[in-house]
Design a protein around this ligand. Structure first.
Ligand code: FAD
Length: 347
């Protein structure tokens, strides 16, 4: 059970109790947390961990809430990083290394880099969430992943309060994956991330849809950002209008032999090489092919334009969306022999 005084010590602010997370999760589920506080200075958290016993099983770090799925009320403390700081760590004619704090809104940070002419992140425009969450699932879009630019992830171990600095090579970044989803899952607070961005144009417009959108346009960093925003706005539902957490499932990666078999059954199947004789199958294609796209039961549904996005049209409860997700998973397993894995983090 949480000690209120201890929690006040951590945060040094007035703490909210029985706080609704409706505006802090992009599905807009009206779930409550026992305690809620914003965290501006990681030192408060560090000191609290070092000085007192801390039940980290009941602590949840919540960024923008755009990749979480609260199944129910949360009976512990939700800490929400706030604060926006950018520090220049190193700079020369070719590149700049920046250290950014966890609470910075991701897209606001991307917009800032574009304004300054620091290249690399423009393809990742308009991804919801905070900077601190970006390394966790190695956010990616339109041919770019944040791992391409991260140099170091910094933070605090929640069990000891010790600082850590993990170089990118040790973060085991992969497709929507990293060490923070495995050994370090729920065990760290990421306070900062360092990124190395190019000062010379270094654009990646090889992704089909982006290349198409930019046809006839002068390729600048701002033009790429604008094109990405335009594509995303056409394709993806705005969570402020229709609750969703982006891709609900990951694209499964299977052996080439399994893909070849599926291709013989479904010649139009969409897939991409994933290295080492593996293929990444489009989960959206399978869900669409299985006729789930635009399916709706009550206020839970599959978005009509993007089959990978499960949506809350208003009053859906977590169990309604979860039940729909389970039906889809079972159907895909039955039809294609593939088990879909959730991309969202279940809480
Ligand atoms: C409409 C929409 C479109 C999306 N498009 C994309 C896309 O194109 N590509 C993509 O990769 N993702 C996409 N996403 C998913 C999501 O935006 C990203 O995963 C994002 O990084 C989540 O950030 P967040 O701050 O909202 O994290 P949250 O949802 O708050 O948290 C996600 C996980 O990270 C942990 N966490 C958050 N901050 C910290 C921290 N500082 N320290 C330790 N742990 C932390 C949480 O505990 C949780 O486990 C999309 C989501 C939506 C709703």
């Amino acid at each position: 059970m949480y000690n209120l005084l201890l929690l006040l010590k951590i945060t040094n602010y007035f703490m909210q109790t029985d706080f609704s997370l409706k505006d802090y999760n992009s599905f807009h589920f009206n779930v409550k947390t026992r305690y809620f506080e914003t965290l501006k200075d990681p030192a408060y958290l560090k000191n609290a961990i070092i000085n007192r016993e801390f039940d980290t099983d009941n602590l949840f770090i919540l960024g923008g809430g755009s990749n979480v799925f609260f199944r129910d009320n949360f009976h512990g403390l939700v800490l929400h990083p706030v604060g926006k700081e950018i520090e220049v760590i190193e700079e020369n004619e070719a590149y700049i290394v920046l250290e950014v704090s966890a609470g910075y809104d991701w897209d606001e940070f991307v917009a800032w880099t574009v304004e300054k002419g620091y290249c690399g992140l423009e393809n990742l425009s308009l991804i919801p969430g905070q900077v601190g969450a970006a390394p966790i699932q190695n956010i990616g879009a339109y041919g770019v992943e944040v791992k391409d630019y991260i140099t170091v992830v910094k933070g605090i171990y929640l069990d000891t309060g010790a600082d850590f600095e993990i170089p990118a090579e040790a973060c085991r970044f992969d497709y929507r994956d990293s060490i923070f989803k495995h050994e370090l899952r729920g065990k760290v607070f990421i306070s900062h991330m360092q990124l190395r961005l190019n000062k010379q144009p270094d654009f990646n417009i090889s992704y089909g849809q982006l290349e198409e959108q930019l046809k006839g346009t002068e390729i600048t960093q701002q033009a790429i950002r604008d094109a990405v925003i335009e594509i995303r706005e056409q394709k993806l539902p705005d969570p402020d209008v229709i609750g969703n957490a982006g891709s609900f499932f990951k694209n499964p990666i299977v052996q080439k032999a399994q893909y070849d078999f599926l291709k013989s059954q479904y010649p139009e199947i969409k897939a991409y090489p994933a290295g080492n004789d593996m293929m990444k199958i489009s989960a959206a294609w399978m869900i669409d092919n299985a006729r789930w796209k635009a399916y709706r039961v009550g206020d839970a549904g599959v978005h009509p334009k993007q089959a990978l996005v499960l949506v809350n049209y208003g009053m859906a409860k977590p169990r309604d969306i979860m039940s729909l997700a389970e039906q889809i998973r079972k159907d895909i397993l039955f039809k294609f022999g593939i088990e879909l894995e959730m991309e969202v983090r279940l809480v």
